[in-house]
Design a protein around this ligand. Structure first.
Ligand SMILES: *[C@@H]1O[C@H](CO)[C@@H](O)[C@H](O)[C@H]1NC(C)=O
Ligand SMILES: *[C@@H]1O[C@H](CO)[C@@H](O)[C@H](O)[C@H]1NC(C)=O
Ligand SMILES: *[C@@H]1O[C@H](CO)[C@@H](O)[C@H](O)[C@H]1NC(C)=O
Ligand SMILES: *[C@@H]1O[C@H](CO)[C@@H](O)[C@H](O)[C@H]1NC(C)=O
Ligand SMILES: *[C@@H]1O[C@H](CO)[C@@H](O)[C@H](O)[C@H]1NC(C)=O
Ligand SMILES: *[C@@H]1O[C@H](CO)[C@@H](O)[C@H](O)[C@H]1NC(C)=O
Length: 432
């Protein structure tokens, strides 16, 4: 196994904080720099042990030869109505391409608008998720809007949730234009309606899901340690919960941030709070507790929402972290088995699975539909789907060339691999 990143520059921590605005990425940093070095942090580990561009198992470039890939699919393969884990599989060539482009969807966030920002390669939009044991039908926006007629669908979480909502919005808006009806001051929580289908779509900003005091400005620069309550939920989402028919919810990388943890309004410990004489509990503890509190609320609520609980999405920084020159310029997906999840994402995922199983058992006794939305593997296999340097507009034609280019190897280009999360969501709606 060959780790592709390095742990260099451990001591340049404070000076680097200045530039980068994606606060989401700040955390990876905090965790990786502060935690003990015994854990392997490489976000990408190529199990074949070969060079950076491992291509032997991959089919040739699209759109040239995509028809052969379609033919290669076993024509007798089971259809989706039969039991199949849709989250296990591979990305296969598909010349169909995306539902939308930067020209046909106007609501793509600048930092994820890779086409507009000048990303030169386009291969990354010509792959389709193919579950190993069945076929996954392409998302059908008309059918989705009809199924969701009169309903309210909410995405609750961090900027990866926002990334997902924007993908869905772009796809649906090819059928019916959404009308924005609400936004908070920073446009983090938002709501739209699709008037002729009376569908309400919300994204609710709640990166910890539990109550938190965060002292960060718009650029993600912190002026104080986060105070995080592990047993008290964030009212931003719980106050609205009764209005939602469908909920997609997840924790994520915000938990890597330094924080002081509370239970029953009393300090119980912290993560990275050196010098404060508080027990270092570490963020895994907090992650488990917060997910447990969240799922407890959902399973004990009188209101029953069809709930998707999403698992963690690995990032793909290589040869460094986001702030130490890490980048993600691969142009091909990995094949199943070609890459291992790193220890940290693996731990987060185990915690998610354990807490989900316990909640699902409780939920099933109460006739509550709680589904695991297991996007870890589908994400892990797409190192090519991130904005990378194309998080900024035409990065190589800027005047201030001396500034180091910032890479985003966590969020997803739109259009991009995250569009397929909607296919998976639809499949679960339709076939359970
Ligand atoms: C596919 O799905 C249909 C129902 O939609 C079912 O009748 C059929 O037996 C399934 N299996 C195969 C192999 O076609
Ligand atoms: C979309 O991206 C292309 C480059 O791929 C660019 O030429 C075009 O101006 C962009 N259009 C919009 C509306 O952003
Ligand atoms: C929570 O704290 C209050 C005092 O602030 C105490 O009376 C109560 O017993 C505590 N509950 C638990 C479960 O520890
Ligand atoms: C740290 O906390 C413990 C227990 O709360 C206390 O006994 C000890 O004196 C504290 N140490 C310092 C240096 O404040
Ligand atoms: C990716 O970036 C590295 C470091 O800048 C460079 O050596 C490599 O050639 C790049 N690969 C591609 C496909 O651009
Ligand atoms: C939360 O944790 C408690 C205590 O460990 C456990 O009994 C319960 O099953 C967990 N999950 C939920 C949804 O309550």
């Amino acid at each position: 196994m060959k780790p592709l990143n390095t742990n260099a520059n451990k001591h340049t921590f404070s000076s680097i904080f200045i530039k980068f605005a994606v606060c989401f990425l700040l955390l990876g940093l905090a965790y990786r720099l502060f935690s003990s070095s015994s854990v392997q942090f490489s976000p990408v580990v190529v199990t074949t042990g070969t060079a950076f561009y491992e291509e032997k198992a991959l089919p040739p470039n699209p759109p040239v030869s995509s028809s052969t890939d379609l033919l290669r699919e076993n024509p007798t393969s089971k259809n989706v109505s039969e039991r199949c884990n849709v989250f296990v599989g591979n990305w296969v060539r598909d010349r169909t391409g995306p539902f939308y482009t930067n020209a046909t969807c106007s609501s793509i966030e600048d930092h994820q608008n890779c086409m507009r920002n000048g990303r030169p390669d386009t291969d990354y939009v010509y792959w389709r998720w193919k579950p190993r044991d069945c076929n996954l039908p392409r998302f059908d926006p008309k059918r989705f809007l009809n199924m969701m007629r009169g309903k309210s669908l909410a995405f609750i979480g961090d900027s990866i949730m926002r990334n997902h909502v924007q993908s869905l919005l772009c796809i649906l808006s090819q059928v019916e234009q959404a009308v924005a009806t609400y936004h908070d001051e920073q446009y983090k929580s938002r709501r739209w309606v699709f008037p002729s289908h009376r569908l309400t779509l919300s994204v609710v900003w709640s990166p910890f899901l539990t109550k938190a005091s965060v002292y960060e400005d718009l650029n993600g620069i912190s002026s104080g340690i986060i105070q995080l309550h592990l047993d008290d939920l964030d009212a931003t989402w719980t106050d609205q919960y009764k209005n939602f028919d469908y909920v997609v919810i997840a924790g994520g990388k915000w938990f890597l941030k330094s924080a002081i943890y509370y239970e029953n309004n009393t300090i119980v410990g912290c993560h990275n709070c050196q010098g404060k004489n508080i027990t270092q509990l570490g963020f895994y503890h907090a992650y488990r507790k917060a997910l447990n509190s969240t799922l407890k609320f959902i399973t004990s609520s009188k209101h029953k929402a069809f709930t998707f609980f999403r698992t963690t999405t690995p990032d793909h920084f290589e040869n460094g972290e986001w702030n130490t020159g890490g980048y993600c310029n691969r142009t091909r997906p990995f094949r199943e088995g070609e890459i291992d999840i790193n220890d940290m994402d693996g731990m987060m995922r185990n915690i998610e699975l354990e807490e989900f199983e316990r909640a699902a058992a409780i939920g099933s006794e109460k006739d509550l539909t709680l589904k695991l939305f297991d996007t870890t593997s589908i994400s892990l296999l797409r190192p090519d789907g991130h904005p990378g340097v194309y998080r900024q507009f035409h990065p190589y034609s800027r005047k201030d060339k001396h500034l180091k280019l910032q890479n985003d190897c966590l969020h997803w280009c739109l259009p991009g691999p995250i569009d397929y999360w909607n296919d998976l969501m639809m499949e679960i709606f339709v076939n359970g």
